[in-house]
Ligand binder design. Structure first.
Ligand code: GLA
Ligand code: CA
Length: 779
């Protein structure tokens, strides 16, 4: 069949051009998709966009950050609109203060910057639930990001509000908005053109009719949901093979302007994992490569900023929540400072200015102060300050008790309990402490799949069971965005093969808003051994930016003068919280800390520099135990062969479908003759070649993992991110193996391998074998 995509798109370009010129005497500004180029007022234009996020910057600092982006040599700002920030409760819309997106755009315009708006409704962005409001999850069977009636009804309402704020700022109406995005990387979620079509229509109905609409995806999956009348752009990171990234797109639409709508300058940090960085010279080289071909780009992030309060998201599997700092190793640091990357990028961009353009001066950074040790003399133990409770026969997630964020306490009485009785929680989201009669029995961490504690023998019935669950960020990527918090299903006692489900719960909602935490009886003295709120005041003669040193604290949240600053967790890698000076006062300031564990010392100092890379988690970084070696001698491979040397996915079929739970891929040699093996993503295929779900996967073994220069552990092969990868260290020779526990027995028909996205695919495996077994491998 003839491909209709091109002609339809040509008509679309034509329509935009005609519509805008028809309504429009020549003086009216326009932005259009032209032949192989964007057209700004009819003239060829390369978009050099800096992505920054308004809620990740205090509004008092917006202008300085915009000027910083301008002084990098950028001409555009790219921003998401975060639905859950603007509609914390259904129908209560808020676009004021730090949420005033129209003001943000006007400030950009004041500095001669254009704006690309990405209103979602889903945005990803390492943001709580990818920007979707938690209250959607009150509907038990909701299917997010589909044509689910309730979901779509809410999307429509939200987008209409965005339209009211921003439609008047389209360039044709005297504003600076030049493009609007439809959904976000939908190809990484599913295949559903009717849904993407409906979102496109809603965006238009909301008033975005005068600038081009586009959809962004990965080069590997953009065709799954590509609509004929939208512009297609691709996202990829520092180091990627740029020619290869645009190859398919160029074939299908040879006449469109090319754009990398997210070029990842760095990467984000998770609690308990190594701090991420990306090489500055490689980033600059990639941008140069694109600029030399007039390829437009948006640098994600130019300035990451801070994910204040509870707004950080999480990835899954394995569940892992995001740090508060969103520094991102971006050219402009979390506190708005220049970095080495900043200067080399500014140097590069200085060569690509328009003829009449001059690089603007770099604005000064805000002053930095130190704060001498603040002592917390007053505390409010959490258990002595419980709010009114609710009753529920069955345990239920937090959303069904009308709570969005914070912690939740589930309380019931225990029957008589024999020794060795195990308490099991299904499912625990995300971090719990279990107490019996007020005594701590155990701590459970979803990141490690922990959901059981052994109870002590209880001779009589009636002991008090308390399960205090802290919700970390809601998952912001893939289907697990349906991430209800607290305890989602049940709590059982297991003893001698019997399971008894516990009932009749008393439930305490412990939200994390300032009003709730401030309103406590701060009467206890000094350091506590149980979860507690702490309050102190401190005086400042001068205000300035500062980094709150949380190194002596356990796990929790901080509020200063009513602003929710973010989460801290002793495991790191982040040990300080960025405290913008604009939220401090001359004279007395108030600071409140909730520590769900307990502090070593209840003190905080203000430092002049952040600590973002101090990992203190004890869990091993790699997946091979000391001295362990996989033994494949007596195993028969399910398939063997050679991979071709090329970027992109390659599929391997087993001779026949094989049942098993343990999958091993073994690299026997490398294409480049080096020692290194690398895998960016691996899918295991089930019946009919359909990829098996990743939920419940675990890496059991990897013979070698590179963690000295970068973060290349084996779990990177199923984090669903094509730009992250497993890599072996360079002084360990082939063969290399990874063993995955699929979590349950499955029928497997083959697998797909994605090599690294860089040119020549570093670490590309040549000869391989794959094994599939029902029983565990031997070591
Ligand atoms: C994707 C998403 C972004 C962000 C980046 C990683 O490209 O579209 O929102 O999550 O990944 O930082
Ligand atoms: Ca990956």
């Amino acid at each position: 069949m003839k491909d209709l995509r091109m002609p339809l798109f040509a008509i679309f370009i034509f329509c935009i051009a005609v519509c805008s010129s028809a309504q429009n005497p020549s003086s009216k500004p326009t932005f259009e998709v032209g032949k192989k180029t964007f057209l700004l007022n009819g003239q060829p234009f390369v978009i050099k966009a800096a992505e920054i996020h308004y809620p990740r910057i205090p509004d008092a600092y917006w202008e300085q950050r915009i000027e910083m982006c301008k002084s990098l040599g950028m001409n555009t700002l790219c921003l998401y609109v975060f639905w859950n920030l603007h509609e914390e409760r259904p129908d209560e819309f808020d676009f004021s203060g730090n949420k005033d997106i129209a003001r943000f755009c006007r400030l950009a315009q004041k500095h001669g910057m254009y704006v690309i708006v990405r209103p979602g409704p889903y945005v990803c962005a390492e943001w709580e639930m990818g920007g979707l409001p938690w209250w959607l999850l009150k509907k038990k069977d909701i299917q997010l990001r589909t044509l689910d009636t309730y979901y779509m009804e809410r999307v429509r309402k939200f987008m209409k509000e965005v339209g009211k704020q921003l439609a008047a700022l389209q360039i044709t109406r005297g504003g600076n908005i030049i493009m609007v995005q439809v959904e976000n990387e939908y190809g990484s979620y599913g295949t559903n053109k009717p849904y993407v079509t409906a979102i496109r229509d809603i965006v238009r109905e909301s008033g975005f009719t005068e600038v081009p609409l586009f959809q962004c995806d990965w080069s590997s999956n953009f065709l799954n949901n590509a609509l004929d009348d939208l512009l297609w752009t691709v996202n990829f990171g520092t180091g990627a093979n740029i020619e290869d990234q645009f190859k398919k797109l160029k074939e299908l639409r040879p006449d469109i302007p090319l754009m990398c709508s997210e070029f990842w300058s760095g990467w984000f940090d998770h609690w308990g994992r190594k701090h991420e960085t990306r090489d500055g010279a490689t980033m600059v080289a990639g941008l140069k490569d694109m600029l030399d071909q007039n390829i437009s780009f948006s640098l994600y992030m130019a300035h990451g900023g801070t994910t204040f309060g509870h707004w950080g998201g999480a990835n899954n599997p394995a569940y892992s929540a995001m740090c508060s700092s969103y520094d991102y190793d971006a050219p402009i640091s979390e506190a708005g400072w220049t970095t080495e990357k900043f200067w080399s990028l500014r140097e590069l961009l200085s060569h690509y200015l328009a003829p009449d353009e001059k690089l603007s001066d770099v604005p000064p950074a805000y002053p930095v102060i130190e704060i001498p040790e603040i002592k917390f003399e007053k505390a409010a133990p959490l258990f002595d300050n419980l709010p009114a409770s609710k009753k529920s026969v069955d345990i239920q997630p937090m959303e069904l008790f009308d709570q969005g964020w914070g912690s939740i306490l589930y309380r019931t009485t225990l029957p008589k309990v024999k020794a060795e009785t195990i308490l099991t929680i299904t499912e625990l989201h995300d971090w719990a402490q279990v107490f019996v009669d007020g005594k701590l029995i155990g701590r459970l961490d979803r990141r490690h799949g922990e959901n059981k504690v052994v109870l002590p023998a209880l001779k009589t019935a009636g002991a008090r069971l308390d399960i205090l669950v802290e919700a970390m960020g809601r998952v912001n990527f893939d289907k697990s965005i349906h991430d209800r918090k607290g305890i989602t299903e049940k709590v059982e006692l297991l003893s001698g093969g019997n399971a008894v489900s516990l009932k009749n719960w008393t439930v305490f909602n412990l939200p994390d808003d300032y009003k709730f935490v401030q309103d406590k009886k701060y009467t206890a003295k000094g350091k506590q051994t149980m979860p507690a709120y702490y309050r102190a005041t401190f005086n400042l003669r001068e205000t300035g930016d500062v980094f709150l040193d949380m190194q002596t604290w356990g796990k929790g949240l901080v509020w200063v003068n009513g602003h929710a600053m973010g989460r801290f967790w002793e495991i790191g890698p982040q040990q300080t919280l960025y405290m913008p000076g604009c939220w401090l006062k001359k004279g007395e300031n108030e600071i409140i800390v909730l520590d769900l564990k307990r502090p070593q010392q209840a003190v905080i100092k203000g430092l002049k520099k952040p600590i973002l890379d101090m990992l203190r988690e004890k869990a091993p970084e790699t997946h091979r135990k000391e001295g362990q070696k996989l033994n494949l001698q007596n195993e028969t491979s399910a398939v063997q062969g050679s991979f071709a040397l090329q970027n992109g996915w390659q599929e391997v079929k087993f001779g026949k479908e094989t049942k098993g739970r343990y999958f091993c891929i073994e690299g026997l040699s490398a294409h480049d003759g080096s020692n290194v093996a690398a895998i960016a993503e691996l899918l295991v295929l089930g019946i009919n070649g359909q990829p098996l779900p990743h939920e419940g996967w675990k890496i059991l073994y990897a013979d070698s993992e590179e963690t000295r220069s970068g973060n290349h552990t084996a779990d990177k092969i199923y984090d669903l991110q094509e730009s992250t990868f497993w890599s072996t260290v360079d002084n360990t020779s082939y063969p290399h193996q990874i063993v995955i526990d699929l979590g349950k027995e499955s029928i497997v028909s083959g697998f797909r391998y994605l090599p690294r996205a860089e040119k020549e695919c570093p670490g590309m495996i040549k000869d391989y074998k794959a094994y599939m077994k029902t029983e565990a491998f031997s070591y």
